[in-house]
Design a protein around this ligand. Structure first.
Ligand code: PMP
Length: 480
């Protein structure tokens, strides 16, 4: 066990020790708090490290953040063992064994950079935003809006006004269904989805169809887990108003060919929402190159905090959409005769946002950019190929999802053992996987299943961890 070197490290260690009463955490690497900026005159924005306006601003939105300095593309491979030192939660014992976290599709662990950003925000900048007449309100607003700029650049969006902070993917999809959908989808109109969608990208559309008298049409999958292109094309027509597509399947790992699928939908006159919950964490995203109308993702699957997510929408569409929730922040004027509303993104951000969450998400985005998103994708691709090959050596194990170019979501069933039995057996070895329907019952049903085991990889996983998974699956099979 390493000697804690800072009060923050000590705190993390003691919390972890309390939670995991079976024994002390193996090694919580020391964490250096980020240097605190000098808050003396002139005031400095802690988030951007930039001088702030000396004049107090009331009811303000800050100027757009400056464009990032050009960075040379990172070269070489990721050093996974060094990277693991950034993630304190990976260094603990579970059931007497070192934790092997293969439940990354459910949520990812957080690097010190994210934990530190939350700590820093709550320790110093904590304030409500946009409405304050004091220094902390200005700092918190600046930190929040700086995070919006980081997400804008992360997605390749044109302007920060196109980035709406939500609670997560689910809320982003519901927002579009209940604003864009209610206004632009009418009786007899059609919404197209695919058979591999997460329930979050199905149920809101089913509810909308029921409410509006519209029809849901479903593009089927082939045996490998790919959407059948001809069937998808056949479903698009003059009544198609909206197409809702996963970027990456959370059960099969399939990466959808978004470029051509979006272009075809646009040819039919439809708008396209992309559920990027499993895409953004693994693959570089450029919403303008994709020409996606909406793109949603969750912070917690992207190494950021829970309770924060993003809805990207093309500005012209966001302008056309009515507000969603009503309340503070989103209004311009309120009277008993009638209200006026702000423009996007604030129009869709009623009430107090998850301010610290947005700041933490900004830190996660910075962290991923530092590692290099192309390098992350390359590292995960190699790990996925290794994992697929290793699991395939287990007799009686059936892998679900074999689309070329899939990401590291390795779902399987084991002859003679229920997924629950396998999951419990792996947990005894300290290996965290998920067993169940993975909120994608239609996708599993396509392969004759109601449940399966899902191991899902991140760039901080190692080949040794995959070897341990395979060994534990063999034990589960033997019943030992
Ligand atoms: N879509 C996909 C593809 C997902 O994997 C998930 C999370 N499992 C969601 C949507 C929902 O995400 P959240 O629960 O963070 O809103």
């Amino acid at each position: 066990m390493t000697t804690p070197e800072s009060p923050e490290t000590e705190l993390v260690t003691s919390i972890a020790n309390e939670l995991y009463a079976e024994g002390p955490v193996a090694a919580v690497p020391a964490w250096e708090p980020p240097p605190l900026p000098d808050l003396s005159d002139p005031p400095v924005s802690p988030a951007a490290g930039l001088p702030m306006d000396a004049t107090p601003r009331f009811y303000f939105l800050p100027d757009p953040p400056p464009p990032p300095a050009p960075q040379p593309p990172p070269a070489g491979l990721l050093d996974v063992h060094a990277i693991r030192q950034d993630f304190p939660a990976l260094h603990q014992q579970v059931n007497g064994k070192p934790l092997i976290w293969l439940d990354n599709a459910a949520t990812t662990h957080k690097p010190h950079a994210v934990i530190g950003a939350l700590l820093e925000f709550y320790s110093r900048d904590n304030s409500n935003i946009h409405r304050g007449a004091h220094a902390l309100a200005e700092r918190a607003t600046d930190a929040f809006e700086t995070a919006r700029g980081k997400v804008q650049r992360f997605l390749g969006a044109e302007s920060p006004e196109e980035i709406i902070f939500t609670r997560g993917t689910t809320e982003g999809i519901n927002l579009v269904a209940q604003t864009y959908g209610r206004r632009f989808v009418g009786p007899g109109d059609e919404i197209v989805v695919t058979e591999l969608e997460h329930h979050s990208n199905l149920v809101p559309w089913q509810m909308l169809c029921e409410e509006q008298g519209a029809v849901l049409r479903v593009a089927p999958l082939d045996d490998a887990g790919q959407v059948v292109p001809e069937e998808y094309e056949r479903l698009l027509g003059p009544r198609t108003r909206l197409v809702a597509l996963a970027h990456v399947s959370n059960v099969l790992g399939t990466v959808l060919p978004l470029g051509p699928m979006i272009a075809q939908a646009h040819q039919a006159g439809a708008r396209v929402l992309v559920d990027g919950a499993q895409g953004a964490p693994h693959l570089p995203v450029d919403v303008r190159a994709l020409d996606a109308d909406f793109y949603v993702f969750s912070g917690h699957k992207l190494y950021g905090p829970t309770g924060i997510g993003v809805l990207y929408g093309k500005r012209a569409l966001l302008e056309e959409m009515p507000p969603w929730q009503g309340g503070g922040n989103m209004i311009d004027t309120v009277s008993f005769e009638g209200n006026t509303y702000k423009g996007p993104p604030v129009k869709f951000e009623a009430g107090t946002a998850h301010i610290a969450g947005a700041v933490g998400l900004g830190a996660a985005v910075d962290y991923l950019n530092r590692l290099g998103r192309e390098r992350i994708a390359a590292c995960e691709e190699a790990l996925t190929a290794y994992g697929m090959a290793a699991l395939a050596t287990v007799p009686g194990l059936r892998l679900i999802g074999a689309a070329p170019g899939k990401v590291g979501i390795l779902t399987f069933v084991l002859a003679g053992r229920t997924p629950q039995e396998v999951g419990a057996r792996l947990d005894r070895e300290g290996i965290a996987v998920r067993s169940g329907h993975h909120c994608a019952q239609p996708a599993l049903r396509r392969y004759g299943l109601t449940a399966a085991v899902r191991s899902s990889l991140a760039f901080y996983n190692t080949r040794e961890e995959i070897d341990a998974l395979v060994a534990a699956v063999r034990k589960a099979q033997r019943g030992s």
